[in-house]
Design a protein around this ligand. Structure first.
Ligand code: DGJ
Length: 343
């Protein structure tokens, strides 16, 4: 009798699993509904990717809640959702993502915390520190009215977390909003952040443990009002793609090239080409993914914000080509696969 019960239990579990198994994604479909391996819409906005030991990890803002009332300020208003936290997903092929955890959850019961739902937690990025063996997350921390303009730092022993929040500050004593991290091959890492009321961007070298600014920094794109930096390195050149500064509304992107992160950045123009280029295909950049094991193969990762329904904002991932002369090109594709991407 116990054997029959055991057999029945196994049969039920197997049938149940088969019934809920999600079809595998085999392509990227920019702007279309993208569900994780459990069938839930992916919640990882303003995000970034870490590649670690054969797996890609996607960190981003979990906005899975109805919009909170708009914050109306003199001369400026902003749509928002309450902070839920930073999601972490993992994938081997980048088409199919498994939800790992809410790697840095909101601090629901502490109104003083940077991570309280009424604050702003945006654009998380994670890099791995080879010396301390810690996964280090930096993110934009703000007050509801975006006046705090700070950067937060959290660390973890495993890529999927849990992350321990260490606190926030104004890096180099300067305002900090949209941001990204870039870890160079020599082990040095940098934070790129919109500063000075979003008018100027700062490139700031981090300390060897990646937890603080080292004090070496440079003002770039001075008075150009650039946001949403995404940085990568190709053929010993450094590239930084940014958006303009128009709230949740899309605008043209721009890229710049330098010989070193703290070097002279030369603005080159809009990497987006063809129809939709003036709105970056109705999206705003957040990261550039170097595809592992494929030379000169990069994905431009962007968010198509739906400001009145932020949780339903979608993802626009497109092939990014570096031409032989070093210029960048991003064309819109309704659907594409890495295998057909010829750099
Ligand atoms: C543009 C930024 O890029 C986003 O991360 C967010 O802060 C919105 N502004 C808010 O309006």
């Amino acid at each position: 009798m116990p054997h029959i019960l055991l057999f029945l239990a196994i049969a039920i579990i197997t049938i149940h699993r088969a019934a809920i198994a999600q079809p595998l994604n085999t392509s990227f479909r920019p702007g279309k509904k993208w569900t994780d391996t459990n069938g839930n819409p992916i919640q990882a906005h303003g995000g970034g990717i870490l590649f670690y030991e054969g797996t890609y990890y996607w960190y981003g803002e979990n906005k899975d809640s109805v919009n909170a009332p708009m914050v109306v300020l003199p001369g400026w208003s902003v749509d928002r959702v309450d902070v839920i936290g930073v999601s972490c997903y993992s994938s081997k092929d980048m088409y199919n993502w498994k939800f790992e955890s809410l790697a840095l959850p909101a601090a629901k019961n502490n109104p003083e915390s940077d991570l309280h739902p009424k604050k702003v937690v945006e654009r998380p990025k994670v890099i791995y520190n080879r010396i301390t063996k810690k996964f280090v997350m930096w993110l934009h921390i703000d007050s509801e009215d975006y006046k705090a303009a700070r950067s937060g730092v959290a660390i973890a022993d495993k890529p999927e977390g849990p992350f321990t929040y260490l606190g926030s500050f104004r890096p180099n004593g300067l305002m900090a909003r949209d941001m990204t991290l870039f870890a160079d091959d020599d082990g040095k890492a940098y934070q790129f952040y919109s500063s000075e009321d979003n008018k100027t961007m700062i490139v700031s070298e981090l300390t060897a443990d990646y937890l603080k600014p080292s004090g070496r920094y440079k003002r770039i794109f001075i008075d150009q009002s650039r946001e949403a930096p995404a940085v990568f390195k190709h053929n010993e050149k450094y590239y930084c793609i940014t958006s303009g500064c128009t709230g949740w509304a899309p605008n043209p992107s721009e890229y710049a090239v330098a010989d070193s992160p703290l070097g002279e950045w030369q603005v080159k123009g809009n990497p987006a080409k063809g129809e939709g280029a003036q709105t970056t295909f109705n999206a705003q950049g957040t990261f550039v993914i170097p595809v592992q094991g494929k030379a000169n193969t990069y994905i431009f990762m962007a968010d198509r914000w739906l400001n009145k329904e932020l949780k339903n904002s979608s993802y626009v991932w497109l092939p990014l080509q570096v031409k032989p002369d070093g210029s960048l090109e991003i064309y819109y594709k309704k659907e594409w696969k890495l295998s057909e991407f010829t750099p």
